[in-house]
Design a protein around this ligand. Sequence first.
Ligand SMILES: NC(=O)c1ccc[n+]([C@@H]2O[C@H](COP(=O)([O-])OP(=O)(O)OC[C@H]3O[C@@H](n4cnc5c(N)ncnc54)[C@H](O)[C@@H]3O)[C@@H](O)[C@H]2O)c1
Length: 259
Amino acid sequence: MSARLQGKVAIVTGASDGIGSAIARLFAAEGAKVCVADIDVERGLALVEELRAAGQQAIFANTDIADEASVNAMVEATREQLGSPDILVNNAALTPMGKSVLDVSREQWQKNFAVNVDGMWHCCRAVLPMMQAAGGGSIINIGSVHSFKIVPDSFPYAVTKHAVVGLTRTLAVEFGPDNIRVNALCPGMVETPNAFKAWEQTEDPEAIRKAIGDVHPLRRNASTEEIAYPALFLASSESSFMTGHSLVVDGGRSVLYHD
Ligand SMILES: NC(=O)c1ccc[n+]([C@@H]2O[C@H](COP(=O)([O-])OP(=O)(O)OC[C@H]3O[C@@H](n4cnc5c(N)ncnc54)[C@H](O)[C@@H]3O)[C@@H](O)[C@H]2O)c1
């Protein structure tokens, strides 16, 4: 069986760490030429080195998605060095928790929107004309269970993640005639290195990890690979009639009734 993304060019933002790095690894293993776009230069370069050592094609682009000029330079570098982008995974985001509405300053609100919403929009704006010219493409916007449900004290993260679904659906309608598919992928709790680091700050990291896992009907949290595989499905032609969809990958968390 041939690789599922053979010869495709994929940009993955926030690919230096967490879910994004798992997506970049899987896409490269499935034959894609990958641009790792991130502000974390050290981890990003290390990942590119790892992929190249495995015989895969990858570049690193030092990119702040909140800065439109930085995004445009990254997309241009991708086009020059790898080819016109077929796939964009808008994964990078700020994920602060623990703030209630009146605790959040205007600066914090604007910073969250600048990365989580404007950043996604900058990347879409840069790749859409190239995908139009190429006759199609697939954009995957990483949302969250916070795209649909409100967890108290997660302001304004949940508002930005609701916006991800609105942007996804709007672009899907407008660019469907160009054969550009735009879908959201909405994970539940994922065990990233940063999640482990946060749990390490508590008295009993394993107890916290288990308590969060127990919220899901599957009684555990997701691995980063368990998010990367649904991203691969949305990126590949296997999902060729899907657009404007929000794929929830949350171990059943969102269908469970709580009182
Ligand atoms: N981890 C979870 O449990 C979880 C659950 C649901 C949704 N998500 C979503 O998944 C995505 C990835 O989350 P994660 O937990 O892997 O995050 P993470 O914090 O582990 O990694 C985020 C990456 O994005 C990069 N980044 C941050 N700001 C950037 C910017 N301005 N420009 C470019 N890169 C930037 C960071 O350097 C880092 O490499 C996010 O959209 C997040 O909202 C995560």
